[in-house]
Unconditional design. Structure first.
Lengths: 193, 102
């Protein structure tokens, strides 16, 4: 075993990696199935309904682009928080966690503006098949972003000795949220033109 | 219990920044897809770019490169299930009108 600034490093579990990280990977696989299932059904429905191209072209590409940039940048700040935590620099880790949460809040703020614009234009979940999927996919993603922000804020504010140890699995979750958006962006904003 | 030093080795801060630069470039590249008139080529470009971005995030930000191989297998199993779902449902979507209902 190694001695580190944080005490003795425990031996990995039987799987060869710490249980917290393994558990997060398994959870993310289930989340991939959840989002992937929705995307799969959306793709099949689009094939069935070519007339959805009309309403689909009204999504706000500039907002989607900025939101994609925000999430990509938040992935960078998150991995830098992980880097700081791994080096035992709690201050740096907390700073990068707060920046990640801030970028996530900006994302949600823009999403809220986008929703209000669409609703004002009469595009609501009941407006038709495309908008049902749009609000379902982006809404579910937004809830995941919100949950991630709450975790990051709690971690950044914690002075517990175990807080730094929770940064890597929290990072995995946050990067997954970014991964989902990496596919939602072209699906709902770019290929709809 | 996990400790932060038990997490996998990764890149340097500059390395992570370089990956971010590539991701942003790929984002801009996908916007070029908006200008492409041919839907098939546009979809290929845009989703191809998304796949590369996802690969970079998985490999370097999520540190999949440094994880045991079976972690990738766990993720792959979820994707395989989705592929089966898509293929299994495709005939029902595409040929629904042609089915004889009892």
């Amino acid at each position: 075993m190694d001695e580190s600034a944080h005490g003795t490093v425990p031996a990995p579990g039987a799987a060869g990696l710490p249980s917290g990280r393994l558990g997060m990977w398994v959870f993310l696989a289930s989340e991939a199935a959840t989002f992937g299932g929705l995307v799969t059904i959306y793709l099949l429905s689009r094939l069935r309904h070519p007339e959805w191209a009309g309403p689909a072209s009204h999504t706000l590409l500039p907002v989607g682009t900025v939101n994609t940039f925000l999430l990509l940048t938040s992935s960078l700040t998150m991995v830098l928080a992980h880097h700081g935590a791994r080096a035992g620099d709690a201050g740096a880790a907390r700073r990068w966690l707060r920046r990640t949460a801030g970028l996530g809040l900006l994302f949600l703020g823009l999403k809220a503006l986008e929703y209000s614009h669409e609703i004002a234009a009469g595009n609501v979940p009941a407006s038709g098949g495309f908008w049902t999927f749009y609000f379902c996919l982006t809404g579910l993603h937004g809830l995941h972003v919100l949950a991630g922000i709450l975790v990051l804020v709690l971690l950044a504010g914690s002075r517990s000795a175990t807080a730094l140890a929770r940064v890597p699995p929290a990072g995995l979750y946050w990067h997954f949220v970014d991964l989902v958006w990496i596919f939602l962006f072209p699906l709902l904003y770019v290929t709809t033109r | 219990m996990d400790t932060p030093s038990a997490s996998p080795a990764g890149l340097t801060r500059a390395g992570y920044g370089a990956i971010w630069g590539v991701l942003v470039f790929l984002l801009l590249l996908s916007l070029v897809g908006v200008r492409i008139g041919d839907p098939a080529f546009r979809n290929l470009l845009v989703f191809g770019v998304a796949a590369v971005k996802a690969f970079l995030v998985l490999r370097y930000y999520m540190h999949l490169r440094w994880e045991p191989l079976f972690v990738g297998a766990i993720l792959l199993s979820a994707l395989l299930c989705l592929a089966v779902l898509f293929v299994a449902l495709l005939p029902d979507v595409v040929w629904r009108d042609g089915w004889v209902r009892p």
